[in-house]
Design a protein around this ligand. Structure first.
Ligand SMILES: Nc1ncnc2c1ncn2[C@@H]1O[C@H](COP(=O)(O)OP(=O)(O)OP(=O)(O)O)[C@@H](O)[C@H]1O
Ligand SMILES: [Mg+2]
Length: 505
């Protein structure tokens, strides 16, 4: 019998503001890896003035006091294959920035396990473009990880919740994930140990949006005192850096329910101002982003077929710590729906990713999933099925119009069976054809769809009759979620295929 291999797993939540990395501790219990003494690792990068030495995490934030313009934060939403950041005279691809930050995470995880780690499950927002997802996966690969799967943040968060509360078997559940830069909500059905994702929605608002709005409010008050307009962009880098830190701390106090007013100091061109923000003023400015999250919640619920209300909502993400957000959500869903906040809503996504990693790695009979100290981890009993958050189809001629014929419907299982359909050619005696792959509603005219790719087929056997002959098949990749499109002419045998970034913003 072949000797089985010991494998250590990680769950990595690549957050806009904080990276969280989960592992199995000495006793086989899931826990977050501590990096520089903290379980929240700032997703921050700082390049020293020499243009070569980099600092990451807390060390980057601390070093930036001297040169705030050399600090990169909140870059996750801009991640693309070609995206770059310019720091003085050095240009760096964002995927490389992510890779350098994640390398530190890998080193810390290997220290925690006291052994090499390869296998991870990564998480990305539910509403994340495919090309951004590919760039995050690439960053993790460059950091030396083997990415076993990339799952959506709210799904991972709920997975951790279901593990922690196996007694909670009510059926329809929402995961409300309000983080630093993104809000995501997914509606899921929990049936015993199976979780199916029914629908998701998201919007780019988060704790950073609150910080921006509070900053604007403070500077409006400063401008009133100064008698001239002072915008955030007018502040020198150091004042902006200092004010950002004060805003972060002040936001937590104002949103917490105990403080009714909060002073803030701003320095600009050698002058200093002190202003006071009332809690009611803060609540007013952050009303819009909170409302946006509630609208997303309703949209996801409307899209979840056969579900009119959920049994409970699990709140995830750092911004869910805010009492104001908790109260508004509870009012919105009504008193009959339980709103649950885990002790540590920031950790849940990484923990869920860890469980998921252990499950998929453990499916291989030749491996043992082990924790620190070679303790074998019992196989996870909870399974989660991800779905794709977009629908995709091809453009066909129907009643004289070019319209979208959806092949892979929205919320179809990720990595599920391929969906195949057969189409006739448009004209008699046709020897080539172009297949336009689009994202859009069923029957939508071409002008209302987003073109995501094109397949070309040449050398088709001409025929006088039109009959279904071009077999088009759509499938999403289990690991990356990318769309793979194949076309085959059943008459001539000509084939074409492509892997596409299907989900656009
Ligand atoms: N008690 C609190 N009150 C208000 N905001 C808070 C509180 N605690 C944390 N936050 C905010 O939560 C955010 C960080 O949360 P989290 O680590 O979940 O985000 P992230 O995962 O990095 O972001 P994303 O999910 O958007 O990628 C920060 O904006 C922080 O200010
Ligand atoms: Mg998050």
């Amino acid at each position: 019998m072949a000797e089985s291999k010991n494998v250590r797993c990680l769950g990595v939540d690549f957050g806009n503001v904080n990276i969280k990395c989960a592992f199995f501790d000495d006793f086989g219990r899931p826990a977050l890896v501590k990096i520089d003494g903290d379980t929240l690792f700032p997703n921050a990068f700082y390049l020293e003035p020499d243009g070569k030495t980099a600092k990451v995490g807390h060390r980057a934030l601390a070093a930036a006091v001297l040169h705030p313009e050399r600090l990169v934060t909140c870059y996750k939403l801009q991640m693309r294959k070609e995206a770059k950041v310019k720091l003085s005279d050095v240009e760096l691809p964002l995927a490389k920035v992510g890779a350098l930050v994640l390398t530190r995470v890998r080193e810390a995880a290997e220290q925690a396990y006291a052994a090499p780690v390869e296998h991870i499950v990564l998480t990305v927002p539910a509403n994340f473009p495919d090309d951004a997802r590919v760039a995050v996966i690439e960053a993790a690969r460059q950091a030396g990880f083997t990415v076993r799967r990339c799952i959506r943040e709210p799904s991972a968060g709920l997975l951790a919740y279901v593990h922690a509360h196996p007694e909670d078997t009510r059926k329809f559940v929402a995961a409300y994930d309000f983080g630093g830069g993104t809000f995501d909500v997914s509606i899921m059905v929990v049936q015993g140990t199976h979780i199916d994702v029914l629908s998701s929605a998201g919007v780019h608002v988060g704790g950073e949006t609150f910080n921006d709005l509070l900053s604007e409010l403070i500077l409006k008050k400063v401008s009133d005192q100064a008698g001239r307009k002072i915008a955030v962009t007018d502040l020198d880098p150091l004042s902006r850096y200092e004010s950002r830190k004060a805003v972060e701390a002040g936001k937590i106090l104002l949103g917490g329910g105990d403080v009714t007013e909060q002073p803030f100091a701003v320095s600009h061109q050698g002058r200093h101002w002190t202003v006071t923000v009332m809690r009611s003023e803060f609540e007013q400015v952050v009303d819009a982003p909170i409302r946006q999250t509630l609208e997303c919640f309703d949209r996801a619920l409307a899209e979840a077929e056969g579900v009119s209300r959920v049994d409970y909502v699990v709140m995830l993400g750092g911004t869910s710590n805010m009492l104001l957000v908790q109260t508004r959500l509870q009012e919105h869903v009504g008193r009959d729906t339980l709103v649950k906040l885990e002790v540590n809503p920031e950790a849940a996504v990484a923990l869920g990713a860890l469980y998921h990693c252990a499950t998929i790695v453990g499916e291989d009979p030749a491996v043992n999933v082990v924790g620190k100290g070679d303790k074998v981890i019992p196989e996870s009993e909870v399974y989660m099925h991800e779905t794709v958050t977009y629908g995709a189809g091809i453009i066909v001629r129907f009643n004289g119009q070019y319209v979208n014929e959806v092949i892979l419907p929205k919320n179809y299982p990720q990595g599920g069976k391929p969906v195949t359909r057969s189409f006739p050619l448009e004209k008699d005696w046709q020897t080539h054809c172009l297949l336009d792959v689009v994202q859009g509603a069923q029957g939508a005219p071409l002008k209302d769809c987003t073109l995501i790719g094109r397949l070309e087929m040449n050398g088709l056997t001409p025929e006088a009759v039109r009959r279904p002959r071009i077999e088009v098949s759509f499938q999403t990749d289990d690991t990356t979620g990318l769309l793979h499109v194949k076309a085959k002419d059943s008459v001539s045998g000509v084939e074409a295929e492509a892997t596409l970034d299907a989900k656009k913003e």
